[in-house]
Design a protein around this ligand. Structure first.
Ligand code: IMP
Length: 423
């Protein structure tokens, strides 16, 4: 049985959580493969909105196994709060939520190091969510990290102390003023670890291998977006993991030849939180309108998201790096009411017109070249049938499909599970 993959094609916040939730009934297993509580996957159904951070978005379907893969980094404190948030839904998550023994743990001092590093950068800061993601992946690749499986052995606290002490010395090195009470943070951390230890830890790569042999269907759920990939994103303004398709192989232990469909999710326009280049960013009324109608505030940090027109150069790049087989367009409803819509089809770069993403897309190097398309006025949020979409929206979709050479199979017209149109 094949594995399907779902990932974001822009700078995150594409609405992956909602789509995983919509697709979950088709899958036996939903597995997160990278990132950590920097993610905020929002799901809405029965009038309730829920934000997931580390837990896969299939958790509300009781017959689906949800797996936190080896490529994910877990903060026990955030994780336990997430579990508490699920309690009101009476979910039996001890039965259908598994955690890879090889996933790394975010320590309180990783969060402090994140803050120290960002503070020391001043204006050049990445705009990190400050959840300790970068420092935890640094310890993973530096071969110093603590993994979920370590919690099953007695000497893990010794390892913890040595690493936390080293981190404290490093925080001193940054020579910045950050206030913290490590004793309190550690108390909360160790309490959370005890709850975490009651969950089911597994050798997830073997579990997934056996599941595939038994013909089970698996959906790999990505976090953040392709342009935040540590290799292929807008470095250094990226996250610290591989958010692109290859990340699902390393983050779950799935061989590349087992991946079948690659669902690429994108917004009908573009948003970005945090710092870094964004060629189609708007600083005018149109950008304000997108932010307002799209409720563009970070699900994790509450920070306002920067908004701009759809960037087809960046989107095409993301589809290429990921090998996307099907596209899904989110938030088409937010663009209702614009007289004309702009889509960036090329960049002006060093006096030339280019159609690929160059090494450096800082505004001084790159300016977008737009095509204008007619907008639509209709409210889309109650539509159920692809045949009833306004003709201008169909024209917008046709144009994107032609440029990207990939079909758009799903159009989302609101945050609720039911506001989803299949094509
Ligand atoms: P970090 O991963 O928290 O270190 O953040 C690095 C960059 O990625 C910052 O610009 C964040 O705003 C951005 N980022 C991290 N996670 C997400 C996400 O889930 N959605 C959107 N942006 C994110």
């Amino acid at each position: 049985m094949a594995v399907d993959l779902l990932l974001g094609l822009q700078w995150g916040d594409e609405g992956k959580g909602k789509i995983v939730d919509v697709l979950t009934s088709k899958y036996d297993i939903v597995a997160r493969f990278q990132g950590g509580p920097n993610a905020g996957h929002t799901l809405e159904f029965d009038g309730i909105k829920h934000v997931l951070r580390t837990i896969p978005s299939g958790i509300f379907h009781k017959n689906t196994i949800n797996l936190i893969g080896n490529g994910v980094v877990i903060d026990p404190v955030v994780f336990v709060k997430e579990l508490e948030g699920l309690d009101k839904f009476k979910l039996d998550y001890r039965k259908n939520l598994f955690i890879s023994r090889k996933a790394h743990i975010i320590l309180p001092t990783h969060r402090l190091l994140d803050a120290a590093s960002e503070t020391s950068k001043g204006k050049a800061k990445i705009g990190s969510t400050l959840k300790g993601i970068g420092p935890t992946y640094m310890d993973k690749t530096g071969r110093n990290g603590i993994r979920i499986g370590d919690l099953e052995f007695e000497n893990w606290q010794k390892k913890y102390r040595a690493l936390a002490d080293k981190h404290e010395a490093l925080i001193g090195f940054y020579n910045v003023d950050i206030q913290y009470n490590l004793e309190e943070m550690e108390k909360e951390f160790f309490e959370a670890v005890e709850v975490l230890k009651t969950m089911r830890f597994i050798d997830s790569e073997d579990y997934l291998y056996q599941a595939q042999k038994e013909g089970k269907s698996i959906l790999a759920e990505g976090a953040q977006g392709s342009l935040l990939d540590v290799d292929f994103g807008t470095y250094p303004f990226v996250t610290s993991s591989n958010t692109t398709a290859a990340g699902a192989c390393t983050g779950l232990g799935i061989p590349p030849n087992k991946i079948k469909e690659v669902y690429g999710i994108f917004k009908a326009y573009t948003t970005r939180v945090g710092s870094g280049p964004f060629p189609t960013e708007l600083f005018d009324k149109a950008g304000e309108q997108m932010a307002k109608l799209g409720n563009e505030f970070g699900a994790v940090t509450g920070r306002p998201r920067r908004c701009g027109w759809l960037d087809l150069v960046a989107l095409k790049y993301a589809t290429q790096v990921n090998g996307v087989t099907q596209l899904m367009m989110i938030k088409g409803d937010v663009l209702s009411g614009f007289k004309t819509l702009k889509v960036c089809i090329a960049y002006k770069y060093k006096g030339e017109t280019i159609r690929h993403l160059p090494f450096n897309i800082e505004p001084e190097n790159v300016s977008p070249i737009y095509k204008e398309l007619p907008g639509w006025k209709e409210d889309l949020t109650k539509l159920k049938d692809a045949n009833n979409l306004p003709k201008e929206l169909i024209n917008y979709i046709d144009f994107l499909e032609k440029e990207l050479e990939i079909p758009i199979k799903l159009v989302s017209v609101g945050p609720d599970r039911t506001q989803t149109i299949h094509r």
